[in-house]
Design a protein around this ligand. Sequence first.
Ligand code: SF4
Length: 222
Amino acid sequence: MARSYVAEARRRVGPKRARIGPIIARLASAHPDATIALAFRNELELLVAVMLSAQTTDVNVNRVTASLFEKYTRPEDYLAVPQAELERDIFATGFFRQKAKSLRGTMAMLLEQFDGRVPRTVDELERLPGVGRKTANVVAAELGNAQGIVVDTHVRRLSQRLGLTRQEDPEKIERDLMRIVPRDEWARFPHLLIWHGRRVCIARRPLCEDCVVCDLCPSSRV
Ligand code: SF4
């Protein structure tokens, strides 16, 4: 019964390849301010902010990095202090021991293998200690070189509700999205879903009656 209801809803809205263009266009008009919420002034600050954002909110990271980025401006600065001092400086972002270790390992590798610069490709970024696929994708996209689509908790939930994927695993969801989202939208698309997920398609109580894509969504309640 439930399955036939879902199948009927999917039929009603039509194939995802036909829906993805209007979905992107409408979300872009509804959320023209949809960009990364982390504060940074250069590529090193971007990398550090994204690494610190694991398991915490962007607001929390911005609070910490406001003073952190005044004290640490070059990769060398993260290695010049004892690990305990760096741990204290990033304490409020949570998981501070692991994050301090990853930051120091990453800074050492940037200096040894990348001339102190942040690499551009996802493959190179993923080689940095403590940098996973999601962090690498976020950094590459912000540096203007998106090679995949960031899948966080909002992207996952909205992709599923919008009928763009049936997968649960972030890497499989990413693959599904890469097949239908035009490449020049790979950087912006996750921001659109993240902002729509925060403001309208909320996890516990989606506001379908206020949603600009409700006629394109098989999970719409209206
Ligand atoms: S119609 Fe409802 S479930 Fe679908 S995207 Fe909009 S808010 Fe989310």
